[in-house]
Design a protein around this ligand. Structure first.
Ligand code: ADP
Ligand code: MG
Length: 235
C-alpha cells in the first residue's frame, strides 16, 4: 500500500443505529483500475463520500496523496450520484452544465468540447438535460469529472443505467484513464461488471473489507471453490 495515492484507513461511520462503516481500510494505486465491489448497503458510497469530503467519518482517515480532500489544490470529481437528476437543471443543456463547471475551474469552451468528444456526448450535449437518458447522464457525469484532468477518479456505480454498448465503452475509457497513470476507483454491486474492468478489486461487506486482491487472484480463489466471483464474494 506504500505506493497508494488514496489511502482509506479504519473508517467508521454510523447513521443513527445503522453502522455504515466498520473499519473500512484499503488503498488505491495510480495506473490501475481498482474495483470496489459489494452488495447494496456494504458502505461503498459512504466510503467514497468520505474520501471526497462530502461526508465526515466518525473515526479513521481518508487521504489523497497524503492529504484530506479539503486540502487538495485540484478538485477531484465524483461520478454517478453527484450529477444525478436532482443536481441537473432540466431546462439547461448538457453543454451548459459543463460550461458552468468549467468556468468555476477556470477552464474554457475548448476543454468542454474536448471532453464532450471524449465521452461520446456530442449529439446529446445540445439537448436539455431533463430529457437525457440515464446512460447519457452518466456520460455527462463522467465528462464533468474529466474536465479538470484529475489524477484520481472516483466513480460510484458508473455502469448503472448503461446499455451493453455503454458498458463496453466505459470499461475501455476507465482502462485508458488508468493506463495514462491515473488512479481510478470504481464501485459496482455486480462483480461481473468489475471482472473485466478492474486490475484489482476491493470487496466490501457490512462496512469493512472482506477481500482485497488482483482480479486474477480472486478468480483463482473462487475457482478453487468451484464458484464464480459473484458466488464467492457477493453471496
Ligand atoms: P452501498 O453504496 O455499498 O450500497 P452505502 O454506503 O450507501 O452502501 O450505505 C451503507 C449503509 O449506510 C446502508 O445501511 C445505508 O442504508 C446507510 N446509509 C447510507 N447513507 C445514509 C444516510 N444518509 N442516512 C442514513 N443511513 C445511511
Ligand atoms: Mg452505493
Amino acid at each position: 500500500m506504500t505506493d497508494a495515492c488514496v489511502v482509506v484507513n479504519g473508517l467508521r461511520k454510523r447513521f443513527g443505529p445503522t453502522i455504515a462503516l466498520d473499519g473500512m481500510s484499503f488503498g488505491v494505486r495510480p495506473g490501475l483500475v481498482t474495483g470496489f465491489a459489494g452488495p447494496n448497503g456494504a458502505g461503498k458510497s459512504t466510503t467514497m463520500r468520505v474520501i471526497l469530503g462530502l461526508d465526515a467519518a466518525d473515526e479513521g482517515t481518508a487521504l489523497i496523496g497524503g492529504r484530506p480532500y479539503r486540502d487538495l489544490r485540484r478538485p477531484l470529481c465524483q461520478v454517478g450520484s453527484l450529477l444525478d437528476a436532482s443536481a441537473l437543471q432540466p431546462g439547461r443543456t448538457a453543454r451548459d452544465h459543463l460550461m458552468w463547471l468549467a468556468r468555476s475551474q477556470g477552464l474554457g469552451a475548448r476543454r468542454v468540447d474536448a471532453v464532450i468528444e471524449q465521452v461520446g456526448l456530442r449529439t446529446a450535449a445540445r439537448r436539455r438535460a431533463g430529457g437525457l437518458s440515464l446512460g447519457m447522464r452518466q456520460r455527462l457525469g463522467i465528462a464533468a469529472a474529466l474536465l479538470g484532468d484529475p489524477p484520481v477518479l472516483i466513480m460510484d456505480e458508473p455502469f448503472n443505467g448503461m446499455d451493453p454498448e455503454g458498458i463496453i465503452w466505459i470499461r475501455a475509457l476507465l482502462r485508458s484513464l488508468a493506463a495514462e497513470g491515473r488512479a481510478v476507483l470504481v464501485s459496482s454491486h455486480l462483480m461481473s461488471e468489475l471482472q473485466d474492468t478492474a486490475d484489482h478489486v476491493v470487496v466490501a461487506g457490512r462496512g469493512r473489507v472482506i477481500a482485497d486482491a488482483s482480479v486474477a487472484r480472486l478468480l483463482e480463489t473462487a475457482s478453487g471453490r468451484r464458484a464464480t466471483l459473484e458466488e464467492a464474494y457477493l453471496e
